[in-house]
Design a protein around this ligand. Sequence first.
Ligand SMILES: Cc1cc2nc3c(=O)[nH]c(=O)nc-3n(C[C@H](O)[C@H](O)[C@H](O)COP(=O)(O)OP(=O)(O)OC[C@H]3O[C@@H](n4cnc5c(N)ncnc54)[C@H](O)[C@@H]3O)c2cc1C
Length: 466
Amino acid sequence: MRAGVTPARRSAEIQAALGKLLGPDAVGPATAAYLTDATEHRGVKGRADAVVWPATTEEVASAVAWCYQHEVPIVPRGGGTGFAAGAVPDGGVVVSLERMTRVRAFEPPLWRICVEAGLSTAEVRRLARENGLFFPPDPGAAEQSQIGGNIATNAGGPHAFKYGATGAWVTGLEAVVPPGEIIELGGAIRKDVAGYDLKGLLVGSEGTLGVITAAWLRLLPAPEATLPVVGFHAGAEAGCRAIEGVLAAGLAVAALEYLDGGALAAAGPSFPAGMPDGAAFLVIAEADGSPAEAERVQRELVEALGVDALDVRAPARPREVEELWRWRDGVSIAVEGRRGGKVSEDIVVPLDHLREAIEETVAIGDRHRLEACSWGHAGDGNLHSTFLVARDDAAQLERARAAAEELFQLAVRLGGSISGEHGIGWLKRGQLSGQWPPRALELHEAVKRAFDPKGLLNPGKKAAAT
Ligand SMILES: Cc1cc2nc3c(=O)[nH]c(=O)nc-3n(C[C@H](O)[C@H](O)[C@H](O)COP(=O)(O)OP(=O)(O)OC[C@H]3O[C@@H](n4cnc5c(N)ncnc54)[C@H](O)[C@@H]3O)c2cc1C
């Protein structure tokens, strides 16, 4: 862009140029909805010169090519549900995939589907279900998040314990990479070891290597039955023992979730059918498979989770199972409702350190004078360690940021990771340097340069150094 122009003039010139390329309906000013994501309650808000709404891969390619030629940053955007501010722009052009929602191919007998990146996660799961199939990734904001965003963050969810995160279900990707070229990696194939795993690099790349425009996904026949068991315990010690008991009993459960006492205090009041007195830890484990297999595993889960439990419930009717998972999906919002805001992270630790990480989360909160709690994917050792804040209290937010730093150090000290689901985005930029050795960080940056030599794709995000 020309030097010396005012920001407003620059934005107008960018919008005019992109409008000529894509048509006026596909370009507009960056309204508030495109400047934030699920970190808005932490006060994170960006700025951008324009938003584009391409309807085809070719339109994405021409927008990226124009931006690359004119040194304008490009910020891919899915449903804006990210918890790391990855889609929050710091200038440049937001490329919103929301108009790219076509199902390009769907072959239920071959257990596969090819969809455009803007289709919602819930719609992919619904299409699969209506055809007797199952797309296992189940991140919590499924109605709003897009499949492209899920791939770009390698999103997980409760059933990632048995079935793996989103990347495990991607057999092919179409993407636009700098300086504006369309590439296809993999496809309707279930195996591919030719070449380096470029598809794997795009998975979880948080919009820093390319714009994902479509994906081939593999599906499974839907399990005939899903039967959860809920164990209520007096605290983390008994609860974590029960979790380890499930594994030691050799029960291959589909999901293994927990809520600690603080999370239960926030979400417990709306628990379907009420909670027993004194409950300060909850475990959900789910059996799936044929009706006979699910029933057998559910019976064994009742035994395993029953050790030292205050109560064990085994919902059996589909409506009860649905209600339980709907309640589980609402935990994050219920916790946020306690004080109006929260700083919620997603550290991972080896399973034998789960109890320590749960208790340390609360201790770290105490040290920073903040109420803290956690819940998450116990089987994966993945905690949503959370510090509660009042939305407009800058001092509390600052203390929560310091608490999160301590939490990341804890994760690394315990042999874990600073992120198991949400990614690095903008909020955790630079934190990888506490986890990876210098040579690994160099390779990380070299991969970025190989895809994006001008550093224009989602600048500042997923950066190894600040
Ligand atoms: C209530 C709630 C519950 C949640 N539960 C979970 C959970 O259980 N598990 C989990 O993993 N996450 C969870 N999340 C976080 C979030 O939903 C996921 O990270 C999701 O995958 C983000 O998808 P999105 O479409 O909203 O992406 P966005 O927020 O729009 O973007 C996220 C990142 O991906 C990039 N991106 C988006 N689309 C593309 C594309 N087409 N090409 C290239 N880059 C792209 C963006 O640049 C950004 O860096 C939850 C969030 C909320 C609000």
